[in-house]
Design a protein around this ligand. Sequence first.
Ligand code: NI
Length: 184
Amino acid sequence: MFSGFEYMIYDFEWAGEALKRLEKVVMLHRRLPRIDLPSHSYYIGCCIQDRKRLLRNPRFAKLLLQLYAQFRDRGDFLLHAYVVMPEHYHVLLSLEKANSISSVVRKVHSLFSREYRKATGFRGRIWQRRFYDHVIRNDEDWLTKMQYIHDNPVRASLVENIEDYRFSSFLFWETGEGPIRCDG
Ligand code: NI
């Protein structure tokens, strides 16, 4: 699965320079929210079926984020970080009223699919059935996932600097700007 593969690279890259990187993480995220969160925070990765790059279209990247914002505003969860890549996305969230990660993902994906089909006439499957989720274990885990999310566009060579990517929460945490706000 894509996230397993990403993780292998990630672990390998991080093994050598763990300390240096962690310092950088702390530095880059000095303005990020408190990290002593309640226990149920999750890092999630979801992929488009057949890795089609349909989220490359800013309209659909924005749609996806707006749906997450909509359910967050209803109090279903807190949204701490996100990145929308051309063929997958990641979010870091804490459950509030929603009782499971799958119910959150299912609702967002089904509304997204409806809008996407209406706009394009596409009839096939849009999201991969299975997605990756990981319970955040501690502060360090929280920070590394945050950094990992924001690093995605650079690792994929979409941009040179993380602050140049429009559809990630990095800018929000640095400047308060970005497509949707995040929760501390
Ligand atoms: Ni990724």
